[in-house]
Design a protein around this ligand. Structure first.
Ligand code: ADP
Ligand code: MG
Length: 378
């Protein structure tokens, strides 16, 4: 039996959060039917709590006794893990908490990108098996500054067609995942444009170099036993001796309220159709927007697309997302970046999505922190 765990930790201790509001409202049913029996069979120590309001997972994670748990498991969409990262990030010992506690999603929502990327599936039971065998692995996290706030993003930042398709279709929740596709198609056919000023700290600018970077990083993939999180778990003293109480790392490029760094590329983008920045490849089960993305290469993958491309070209792009060939389309401008600033123009109101959650339609800045968070994956 012991060997069936492979290299993963046995008897993991889980703070389990179930969001009864996720997806079509079935999270609780799925938890009891597909998730809990497997966790119990694997002797995971379970402490389950249903979230009662938006933002509660932030509070729970901020106050959690991190010595008593190995992971926080969200039975939800991507909204709850977003809150969990932010709760851990608010602690005085944020750095330690984010490296000690693995943040896990078991897919029960309408957007389950985290599980698609890290568990390789959006089936709740298969994902449960994956996390039972999962190995702690670092994940890049992104600091977002907007107004006077600083928050963490683990998945994506979107302005334009993708943000609207996701956020402006809340009323179509009953459609499940299809609401994204529907919202996307409607706006695509309208050739919607979202004029913005953007500034980018570019790391890799052209597709051949991005391909090469991806190949090199894939080959350097650390074996499970070499990863930070794994060593950390094997050696109980490691966490005690490292015992630092540091909060979040300082911002290298300042905040949205500071002067723009001089070496950032500035684009006055009048005909922007889609600004989409991702930290992992899949944004849904069949939506591989960022095929060269790596969860801890220290870069965000940034896609920009003009809003005035022909409808036929736009439809072709949409189908290429499903087949994983999106990256290769010439109309898809692709960069690896370390940071960016986005300032919307000429629009009274619109949609900005951070990890699928709506934030105010105001300028914001992003910068990446390599391997700041911890997740479970194979
Ligand atoms: P989905 O993928 O279906 O959107 P999420 O898990 O991402 O599902 O959840 C959506 C939002 O629900 C999150 O922003 C979260 O804060 C919020 N939430 C959590 N618990 C509750 C609750 N009890 N009632 C209402 N909203 C909640
Ligand atoms: Mg990356």
């Amino acid at each position: 039996l012991d060997r069936s765990y492979g290299e993963s930790q046995k008897n993991k201790r889980a703070k389990v959060l179930v969001n009864p509001h996720s997806g079509k409202g079935s999270a609780e049913k799925w938890y009891h039917r597909d998730i809990e029996p497997l966790l119990k069979a694997a002797r995971v120590k379970i402490d389950m709590q249903k979230t009662e309001y938006r933002g509660e997972a932030i509070e729970i994670s901020e106050k959690l006794d991190i010595e008593a748990y190995d992971m926080i498991v969200s039975c939800s969409g991507d909204g709850l893990p977003h809150e969990v990262f932010n709760g851990l990030g608010k602690r005085p010992d944020a750095k330690k908490a984010l490296s000690k506690i693995a943040v896990v999603q078991l897919p029960c929502g309408s957007g389950n990108a985290m599980s698609c990327n890290l568990n390789g599936t959006d089936s709740a039971s298969l994902a449960t098996l994956a996390i039972i065998k999962g190995i702690p692995t670092p994940l890049d996290l992104i600091s977002i500054t907007q107004g006077q706030t600083r928050t963490l993003s683990f998945l994506s930042q979107a302005v334009g067609i993708v943000a609207e398709s996701d956020l402006a279709t809340e009323n179509l929740r009953w459609m499940g995942a299809a609401r994204f596709t529907y919202g996307f198609l409607v706006r695509l056919l309208d050739q919607m444009m979202y004029p913005c000023d953007i500034a980018i700290k570019v790391a890799i600018d052209d597709k051949p170099s991005i391909r090469e970077h991806y190949r090199r990083e894939q080959n350097n993939h650390e074996p499970a036993s070499e990863r930070r999180g794994y060593k950390h778990l094997l050696d109980d003293d490691a966490s005690a001796s490292s015992g630092n109480e540091d909060g979040l790392p300082p911002l290298r490029y300042g905040t949205i309220n500071d002067k723009l760094p001089e070496d950032w590329e500035v684009i006055h983008y009048d005909n922007l159709g889609n600004f989409y920045c991702g930290n992992m490849g899949y944004m849904a089960a069949d939506a591989n927007f960022f095929s060269p993305a790596l969860p801890n290469d220290g870069f965000m993958d940034l896609v920009t697309i003009d809003g005035d491309v022909s409808r036929i070209a736009a439809l072709r792009m949409m189908f290429a997302v499903e087949t994983g060939k999106f990256f290769d389309i010439p109309l898809v401008r692709y960069r690896k970046v370390l940071g960016f600033r986005l300032t919307p123009r000429n629009q009274a109101d619109g949609y900005i999505s951070i990890d699928g959650e709506r934030v105010p339609f105001e300028p914001f800045q992003a910068e990446i922190h390599k391997g700041l968070g911890t997740v479970l994956t194979k």
